[in-house]
Ligand binder design. Structure first.
Ligand SMILES: [Mg+2]
Length: 190
């Protein structure tokens, strides 16, 4: 039995593409003077040259409900169900902050809507290192380079989910790079 930490955005969701489309539409519809600076950045505050207040406006007025329609990564619900059926504990841990929307409520709604089961949901964790220690995590599945480095520092095995933002990151010894949940299934073999 393993305690498995699984990230949400761009590990379970197809977040970047969905969010970028929403941001572009928001700027265009409201005729705002912002330009897209870094389309691949996972941090919404850094995508456009907008102040944090505008980013918060975006999430509260447009993003929170639209986020519920964010597509899932293919097969993730099925693979996670099998992981739990075979005795593993699943900790869903996201950096999503409450300043954009009620992170716990909206993340739980999205997980339920997409039939993704778990044992524990933890939100607002920009730094997941302490969460790994507190929950005796054995395996980390995430697209964030800083989270993979934290796992490496704690000697915890990890799986990095490939995104445009992390594709140049040199995978460390204890880490395997994947592009989809079928590859994760094959790696874990339950
Ligand atoms: Mg992520």
């Amino acid at each position: 039995m393993k305690n498995i930490l699984i990230d949400v955005d761009d590990t379970l969701t197809k977040f970047l593409k969905h969010r970028n489309n929403l941001i572009k539409k928001y700027i265009k519809t409201k005729n705002l003077p912002y330009k897209i600076l870094d389309i691949n950045c996972t941090k919404s505050a850094k995508v456009a040259n907008w102040p944090i207040e505008e980013c918060i406006n975006f999430w509260q007025n447009v993003g929170k409900n639209a986020q519920l329609k964010c597509p899932t990564q293919k097969n993730c619900a099925e693979v996670i169900n099998k992981l739990r059926e075979t005795g593993n504990k699943v900790f869903i841990v996201t950096a999503r902050p409450d300043i954009y929307f009620e992170a716990y409520k909206y993340t739980k709604l999205w997980l339920d809507k997409n039939n993704i089961c778990y044992d524990t949901l933890i939100v607002g964790k920009q730094d997941k290192k302490q969460t790994m220690i507190e929950n005796k995590i054995d395996l980390v599945i995430d697209d964030s380079v800083s989270t993979i480095i934290s796992a490496q520092e704690l000697n915890i095995k990890s799986i990095i989910f490939t995104t445009k933002e992390n594709k140049k990151f040199m995978t460390p010894v204890n880490c395997t790079r994947v592009k989809n949940w079928r590859q994760i299934e094959n790696l874990l073999k339950y």
